[in-house]
Ligand binder design. Structure first.
Ligand code: NDP
Length: 315
């Protein structure tokens, strides 16, 4: 059996929340250990150009930004490791975590920054554009700007879809919203807002069949699920807003989650979870803002809260 590794601060996940937590924790001499997770760099690595993170006047690609954050975390000697934590036991004062290879780590503080995963339809054409980096996105606030003056399609009917459709309507000449049932899931006020926006066309009872185009998106083929009628909607951008899944399953036995799996803050305005010494940052606890800069902000909070927790214990 391999030796148990003891650390002051374990950071689980490596998006902007995790790296910011690492920078602060390392500079506070907490000698953080980070496990990067299944998708090192997190959701931003699937984004092409990031233009809304302060400090990059010319924009930066998601992967390049993550490499810079990683370099900054390592500059202060964060121990950044490839691999992921797949089991935890938060029942005691020392927080036990295990990597996928069975290595046991005992951490005095844990910062959860495992993020969330955007849901996609799973269509082959959708995945093709997603992989090639253009035309398909799960974040209108991140990518809508690239489609200004153009026509876009968005699928979904929850609060996110409404918020994103409305955001797109201010940039695009036309937004077509595909709703799979004959009603919205979104709150009435959000649904009314899109219904009352002139350049948003809502098409009900409709499923996406294919995202059209060879190298770039040229349109969307959709089908009425009541009549079977197919239509083709011209568009250069296809947005998917059908929800996110927070990556919190392994914590469910110990950490209080809401009914959609997001971690609940124990005390608003802090990064505390219900388990003393375990803190949360980024999208694992955020279904409202979901931005790199807000994730980074909560990463900073989690490291400061962890540092204060350790100080109170006499470190
Ligand atoms: P939701 O789960 O609320 O909504 C998902 C939507 O996507 C539903 O309309 C669903 O359809 C649709 N959908 C799911 N799968 C498919 C599919 N395969 N094809 C077509 N449509 C599909 O997710 P949201 O991200 O919108 O919201 C998550 C939570 O965050 C909610 O609690 C919401 O209130 C909250 N939120 C709040 C905001 C705010 O207050 N400003 C902003 C954004 C989110 P169907 O209805 O048929 O199931």
């Amino acid at each position: 059996m391999s030796e148990i590794e003891k650390v002051q601060c374990l950071i689980i996940g490596s998006g902007p929340a995790g790296y910011t937590a690492a920078i602060y924790a390392a500079r506070a001499d907490m000698k953080p250990l980070m496990y990067q997770g299944m998708q090192p760099g997190g959701q931003l690595t699937t984004t092409n150009e990031v233009e809304n993170f302060p400090g990059y006047p010319d924009g930066i690609t998601g992967p390049a930004m993550m490499m810079e954050l990683e370099a900054q975390a390592k500059r202060f000697e964060t121990d950044v490791r490839f691999g992921f934590i797949d089991k935890v036991d938060f029942s005691g004062d020392i927080h036990k975590c295990w990597t996928e290879s069975g290595k046991e780590i005992h951490a005095e503080t844990v910062i959860i920054s495992t993020g969330a995963t955007a849901k996609y339809l799973g269509l082959e054409s959708e995945q093709k554009f997603l992989k090639n980096g253009g035309g398909v996105s799960a974040c209108a606030i991140c990518d809508g700007f690239f489609y200004r003056g153009q026509e876009t399609v968005i699928v979904g009917a929850g609060d996110s879809a409404c918020e994103e459709a409305h955001y797109l309507s201010k940039l695009c000449t036309k937004v077509t919203m595909l709703v799979r049932r004959d009603e919205f899931r979104a709150s009435k006020i959000m649904a009314e807002r899109v219904k009352n926006t002139k350049n948003i066309e809502i098409i009900y009872n409709t499923d996406t069949v294919e995202v059209l185009g060879d190298d770039v998106v040229t349109g969307v083929k959709a089908k009425n699920n009541k009549t079977g009628e197919e239509i083709t909607i011209p568009a250069t951008g296809f947005f998917v807003a059908i929800g996110h899944k927070p990556n919190t399953d392994i914590f469910a036995d110990y950490i209080n989650l809401d009914d959609t799996g997001y971690i609940k803050y124990e005390k608003p305005g802090t990064s505390y979870t219900n388990v003393p010494g375990v803190f949360v940052a980024g999208d694992a606890a955020d279904k409202t803002y979901r931005q790199a800069v807000t994730a980074a902000g909560t990463g900073c909070m989690a490291a400061l809260d962890a540092e204060r927790y350790l100080s109170a214990k006499g470190h």
